[in-house]
Structure formats: structure tokens, C-alpha cells
Design a protein around this ligand. Structure first.
Ligand code: SAM
Ligand code: SF4
Length: 333
């Protein structure tokens, strides 16, 4: 079991399998790192399927991790997903595991069936606008229709849960909150409205920040929604829309942080273990570099010894904006 100095048990691992992305979302990968921010992870230090599976084995079979989310960058860009996912059925059978994946949805239409057949249970799909021009402005790509057809295909494939991630940016897409609920109100999906976080060099500005309570008031005026209880480690406040399959939630790392119940660890695609989204760049454990030099037991020991470095909570947003944090696309959201 992975317990930190504050007694928090860590049983959820977010595993980035690439730092590459075919989108340049303004809040995550602005200008594809071209404006003076070097895209440091190259093909050479991205972990191979064998290395990824070795780490997954240690975390699942020895460290008590119960849920894995594959993320990136854009995980569906990897051409060796079949090798990366090869042990999922066995781990689900033997360790009662949950597997999830986050994607921008652009390649999902052709890959949803493969993901379902590989054993992925939950899918998170990013969609921050339903307007073609605004979608392009946010992501740098004209791919709205592809993303919508990816969402539709994932519903056809019958994943246990499909969540749509919508990063709220005042002046950019806050006017679409009602329309995205209306667009998907007959779909069995869950929409998550996420507060815009300052992370890496993402040009975060307090003016873009939109507190979730204001959005909630707006939604209350239009729809009947019922709050429901969430598990202790949940990062969100969840609501069910009356007479609809749709549920919604608010992820509020900025206005109401959820560090007290944090159960998450992160690994970058090069194998850098991160204790918090907002850990400063140098504060990681480079597992990818030492995998060949140590046994599984020794690696586990190193992970356990590193865990006490986790802080109780992250600093407030104005401070985070000045810190040297990792770029989200590199870290894995
Ligand atoms: N490419 C995939 C995608 O877009 O879903 C997976 C990786 S992406 C980094 C994971 C999630 O992080 C996305 O839902 C994205 O919206 C969110 N994200 C990235 N930067 C963010 C920021 N600055 N504030 C809030 N959410 C952010
Ligand atoms: Fe790529 Fe996802 Fe980041 Fe957008 S949020 S740039 S799709 S990794």
C-alpha cells in the first residue's frame, strides 16, 4: 500500500504514454511548445511497451494501485497500444482493476472498438466548444466533427462511463455551458466542467478563470439538477439532470482544492514519477532511467521512500502561476 506522510492512501495512477499531441490546446500545449518552450521529451526516452508494463506490474501487483488512467499528450497517437494494453484483461481478472483513458477524441471513431475490446472501462473525451471557430481557436485544429463522431462511437461501443471534459475559460467558452448540456442531454454521458489551471507556461491569466459557483447558478436557472454524493477521493461535485441520462460535475482545483483526499500519482511518458500536478519540474523520481538497474522490489522501495515528499496541499493559483511546473501535455493531465 502506498501511504504518504499525511495518511493518504494512493491507489490511482495516471500514466502518460506520450507527450506528443496533434492538438495545441491553449491551456495545455500552447503553440505546440514553439514559443520558446522546448518540447523536451523525444522518442528516445519515451518508454517502450515492455518498460510501461514493467512499471504497471509493480504498481498493480505490489503497490496496491486499483485504477489506471492512460493519458498524454494524446495517447491514441501511439501505434503500439496493443502491446501496451496486452495485460489489461489479466489484471482486471486477478486484481479487480479499473482502466481508463483520456483522449482528445480526434482519432476515437476508428479506435473506440479496439479500446473497448482491450478492456478500457472509462473514457474521458475533451471537448471545450461546440462552435467550429471557437473549437479551432482553443485547440488549433479544425476537428470538432471528428471529436463528436468519436463521442458517438464510444457510446455505441458501450463503455462503462464516458465523460466529456470541458475546461471553462471566461470570455472564451463560458457562454457554451448551457448549449453543451442541451447538446448531450439525451446521451448517457457525464460532462465535467473543469476550472482552468495555471500549469507550465500556458499563458494563464486570472481573467480567464471562472469560478464554478457562477456556472452552477446559471445551470440552476435552466435545468432541474440534483446533487449526489461522491466517494471520498472524488475530485468533483456531481449533479444529475432530471429526466435525463446526463450527469454533470465541477472539478474545482482552483476555487476549492481537493488535496485532503488526494489518492493520485502520476507518471510521465519517460517514466518520471510525479506526486502532484503542480510539483515543480525537478521534483520527480526518474523511474524510467533506473528500471534496468533494479529489481521490482527495489523499485517499489524507491517509490515508497519518495512518497513522503508529497505536500499536504498545493499553493493557491496566483502562486502556482509563477512556479516552474511541468507543461500539462508533458505531464499527463
Ligand atoms: N489529450 C488528451 C485530452 O485532451 O483529453 C489527454 C491529455 S490532457 C492533458 C487531459 C486533460 O487535461 C484534458 O481534459 C484537458 O482539458 C485537461 N487540461 C489540460 N490543461 C489544463 C489546464 N490548464 N486546466 C485545466 N485542465 C487542463
Ligand atoms: Fe493535447 Fe490534450 Fe493537451 Fe489538448 S489537452 S493539447 S489534446 S494533451
Amino acid at each position: 500500500m502506498l501511504k504518504d506522510s499525511f495518511g493518504r492512501v494512493h491507489d490511482y495512477l495516471r500514466f502518460s504514454i506520450t507527450s506528443k499531441c496533434n492538438f495545441n490546446c491553449t491551456y495545455c500545449n500552447p503553440s505546440g511548445f514553439k514559443n520558446g518552450v522546448e518540447h523536451i521529451v523525444t522518442n528516445e526516452n519515451i518508454m517502450s511497451p515492455i518498460e510501461i508494463n514493467r512499471l504497471l506490474k509493480i504498481f498493480i501487483e505490489q503497490a496496491g494501485i486499483k485504477k489506471i488512467r492512460f493519458t498524454g499528450g494524446e495517447p491514441l497517437l501511439r501505434s503500439d497500444l496493443d502491446e501496451i494494453f496486452q495485460n489489461i484483461p489479466t489484471w482486471k481478472k486477478n486484481y479487480d482493476m479499473i482502466f481508463a483513458l483520456s483522449t482528445n477524441g480526434s482519432l476515437l471513431k476508428s479506435k473506440a472498438k479496439f479500446l473497448k475490446d482491450s478492456g478500457i472501462d472509462y473514457l474521458n473525451i475533451s471537448i471545450d466548444s461546440l462552435k467550429k471557430d471557437s473549437f479551432q481557436k482553443i485547440t488549433g485544429r479544425n476537428s470538432l466533427e471528428k471529436v463528436i463522431s468519436g463521442i458517438e462511437e464510444s457510446i455505441i461501443q458501450g463503455f462503462k462511463l464516458v465523460k466529456l471534459n470541458f475546461v471553462l475559460m471566461y470570455g472564451i467558452n463560458e457562454d457554451e455551458v448551457i448549449s453543451i448540456i442541451e447538446r448531450f442531454r439525451d446521451y448517457p454521458v457525464h460532462i465535467r466542467f473543469i476550472e482552468y489551471m495555471p500549469i507550465g507556461k500556458n499563458n494563464w491569466n486570472k481573467d480567464y478563470f471562472y469560478e464554478y459557483k457562477k456556472i452552477l447558478d446559471l445551470i440552476h436557472e435552466k435545468f432541474n439538477i440534483q446533487k449526489y454524493e461522491t466517494e471520498k477521493s472524488s475530485t468533483s461535485k456531481k449533479f444529475q439532470l432530471e429526466n435525463s441520462f446526463l450527469s454533470i460535475s465541477f472539478i474545482t482545483p482552483m476555487s476549492e482544492h481537493f488535496c485532503d483526499n488526494c489518492n493520485r500519482l502520476r507518471i510521465t511518458s519517460s517514466g518520471n514519477l510525479r506526486l502532484c500536478l503542480f510539483s515543480e519540474k525537478e521534483n520527480g523520481l526518474e523511474l524510467g532511467k533506473i528500471l534496468n538497474d533494479f529489481s521490482d522490489e527495489e523499485i517499489l522501495e524507491k517509490i515508497k521512500n519518495f512518497l513522503p515528499n508529497k505536500w499536504l496541499k498545493h499553493p493557491p493559483m496566483e502562486e502556482l502561476a509563477k512556479m516552474n511546473t511541468m507543461q500539462m501535455v508533458e505531464l499527463g493531465g
